[in-house]
Ligand binder design. Structure first.
Ligand SMILES: *Cc1c(COP(=O)(O)O)cnc(C)c1O
Length: 408
């Protein structure tokens, strides 16, 4: 058997080939014409959203954080399934606006928005999540000159932390959001500005697999929003409560119990609807939606044994998939689930390391994993690769071509 986590079992197998969108991997590679490539499975994306809808309370809007995977075809497909998009740059905004999703359901967060980006966002009529008092002042000036009043939500840096989160993005000192204790004063200033206050964005962090901690965050987030709403110049109509739902990457990771998290949110909703009756509550998710629906495929170019250790050397590498190499924020390098995609039925019979073709020891895609005996020409598959792939990788490193991406 290949060295698989249960998550990779989402992809079916026929004979010895992994199937992506029903197509055997070898044939898909021929269709693509070259390796390496990322392949995303349309049906798995659809099923993922269906599952989320089942878990989240009715009336809670589901927004896709485009930065997790901004491939236009993926975003177009998701446009038919989600309620809105969160973008973090002008380029992502353009991709979102190319879809049928209404601009009123697109929001733009992120520190350091330039004047040019803010002007584009004002013209587009999307919701702008303001990250600082300085940004609010700049936005007001730009709005005045443009003659359009943008809808603005204040991103709040909460006065609590997201425990057990892979990446903390709220609490303490942050470049994200306005410190919660400053928000009442900022809200007091908003009457006089050329912007329409619509609500709050409270995002505590990312890649959390712990349902208890996520439920605690949801509760504190709603509590904070209600507390701050007393100072608001108008009713809260938009309340983005973040997300942070993680996916299991490594053998010891347990999948998040989303049904539990959604159930708890459902229990909190009636009270919230009484207090903030006009609020459209939004959950924003990136990797949870796309991460498990994508694979990275590279071809073995060389097989060598060095002092007893087997190396499978592929035409891929960290230039396409930095996260799988462990260099995208991991403290301790661990292996993503990996398989030989054209030998799925073969038993694991050797320990091998999969490396890329870059001249750095950091270019390690899988360290000493149990795999079937693989040969030159075989296809190495890295699962859990649908989020933070090519666009979160140094694709120009060593000057190799960027990877292809396909939605199947
Ligand atoms: C990155 C980001 C997300 C998406 O995070 P995931 O871990 O991919 O779900 C959502 N909201 C904001 C504000 C972000 O910065």
């Amino acid at each position: 058997m290949n060295d698989l986590s249960p998550a990779s079992a989402r992809f079916a197998i026929a004979d010895s080939d992994l199937l992506v969108g029903g197509i055997p991997l070898g044939r898909l590679a021929e269709r693509v014409g070259s390796t390496p490539f990322f392949a995303y499975d349309r049906q798995l994306l659809t099923e993922r959203i269906r599952w989320l809808r089942q878990c989240l309370p009715e009336g809670v809007a589901l927004s896709y954080a485009v930065k997790a995977n901004p491939m236009p075809a993926v975003v177009q497909h998701l446009a038919t399934l989600v309620d809105g998009f969160d973008v973090a740059s002008a380029r992502e905004m353009q991709i979102a606006l190319d879809t049928p999703v209404t601009p009123a359901h697109v929001s733009f967060a992120g520190p350091g928005k330039t004047d040019a980006e803010l002007r584009q966002a004002i013209a587009a009529g999307i919701i702008i999540h303001v990250e600082s008092e300085g940004e609010l002042t700049r936005l007001d000036g730009l709005a005045r000159r443009s003659g359009h009043r943008p809808e603005v939500a204040l991103r709040v840096n909460p006065d609590f932390d997201l425990k057990a989160s892979g990446m903390r993005m709220g609490g303490g000192a942050q470049q994200f959001g306005i410190d919660a204790e400053r928000v009442p004063e900022v809200l007091g200033r908003m009457h006089g500005l050329d912007v329409d206050f619509v609500g709050f964005h409270i995002y505590a962090g990312s890649q959390n697999l712990n349902a208890d901690s996520l439920m605690e965050v949801q509760e504190k987030t709603l509590e904070l929003a209600v507390r701050l709403s007393c100072h608001a110049p108008s009713p809260v109509r938009h309340l983005n409560i973040g997300g942070g739902f993680g996916i299991p990457y490594f053998p010891k990771d347990h999948p998040l119990d989303v049904a539990l998290v959604g159930g708890r949110l459902g229990a909190l909703m009636p009270e919230l609807q009484r207090t903030l009756p006009e609020a459209r509550v939004v959950v924003e998710l990136g990797r949870y939606i796309v991460g498990e629906c994508g694979i990275y495929v590279s071809r073995i170019v060389d097989r060598k044994v060095s002092r007893g250790q087997v190396f499978l050397i592929t035409d891929g590498g960290l230039n396409h998939h930095l996260a799988a190499s462990g260099n995208f924020g991991q403290v301790i390098r661990r292996n993503y689930p990996v398989a030989i995609g054209n030998r799925m039925a073969a038993p694991a019979e050797e320990t091998a390391s999969v490396v890329g073709c870059l001249c750095t020891p950091l270019d390690l895609l899988a360290d000493k994993v149990r795999l079937p005996r693989a040969e030159v020409g075989d296809l190495v598959v890295i699962f859990q690769s649908g989020a933070y792939g090519p666009t979160a990788s140094p694709t120009r490193f060593l000057g190799h071509p960027p990877p292809m991406e396909i939605l199947v």
